[in-house]
Write a protein that binds this ligand. Structure first.
Ligand SMILES: Cc1cc2nc3c(=O)[nH]c(=O)nc-3n(C[C@H](O)[C@H](O)[C@H](O)COP(=O)(O)O)c2cc1C
Length: 220
């Protein structure tokens, strides 16, 4: 059975929700999936997996520092495996070119700072969880939401994540991993059928999510 490690970092829990959903999609398709918060991966044997998928929300124009640290720590191993990265941001909740470029720019920043270029990238809209923000943050995000053309009603939460987009990304990532593993098995019978590669694929698939808010399960 092909094994996939999903590692994520989250602030208010939306990236954790996406990671759990991706796990369920991949598990339904027969993958052996292990999902870990990035803080639980200190001793994780990354090399024991056939593929790794990393997820992070964007926080103040950058990915969560603990996720960046994970990537830096495991950069060499990640470069030998089929890998993917998914990102949650408010930028992906807005369908302007400026916002799309901004969302992609965060991934470019990660690649530039760590040297890791994931094979597959998913850009997903996150959530505005006013109920979990402090007073100052609530005011800040209300203004940010209005500037971005989103709703700024601080008495409720907004979930912008498009789950169909996330599912498409998960399915496509699984198919990609299967192809990579099969290709490796064909070309490298003597090294134990692990999904090891000498270089990374230049192909990138980007799932862009720019949707209106749905009723949030965490809504007040
Ligand atoms: C303190 C804070 C800073 C944020 N900064 C950005 C940002 O710079 N750009 C952006 O597009 N979204 C930003 N967001 C939106 C988050 O990426 C979005 O709320 C996401 O759903 C959070 O996911 P999480 O709950 O897994 O952390 C920020 C959210 C918070 C709470």
């Amino acid at each position: 059975m092909t094994s996939i490690l999903i590692v994520y970092g989250t602030g208010e829990g939306q990236t954790a929700k996406v990671a759990a959903f991706v796990e369920s999609v991949l598990a339904d398709r027969g993958f052996d999936v292990t999902t870990r918060h990035v803080f639980e991966t200190d001793d994780a044997d990354i090399e024991a997996f056939d593929a790794v998928l990393v997820g992070s929300s964007v926080n103040n124009r950058a990915h969560r520092p603990e996720v960046v640290a994970f990537v830096e720590r495991h950069r060499e191993t990640l470069a030998t495996l089929p890998t993917g990265f998914f990102q949650l941001s408010l930028a992906s909740a807005v369908s302007t070119k400026w916002a799309r470029d901004g969302a992609l720019g965060f991934v470019d920043g990660l690649t530039e700072s760590t040297g890791w270029a994931p094979d597959r990238v998913g850009l997903f809209a996150g959530a505005l969880t006013f109920s979990r923000y402090g007073r100052a943050q609530r005011t800040l995000f209300k203004l940010a939401a209005i500037v971005m053309g989103l709703d700024g009603d601080t008495t409720r939460d907004y979930e912008y994540t498009d789950w169909a987009d996330v599912e498409r990304f998960a399915v496509e990532f699984g198919e990609f991993v299967e192809r990579e593993v099969a290709e490796h098995e064909r070309s490298c019978m003597e090294c134990g059928h692990r999904a090891r590669r000498t270089g990374r694929s230049a192909v990138r698939s980007v799932a862009l999510s720019a949707r209106r808010p749905r009723a949030s399960p965490t809504g007040r």
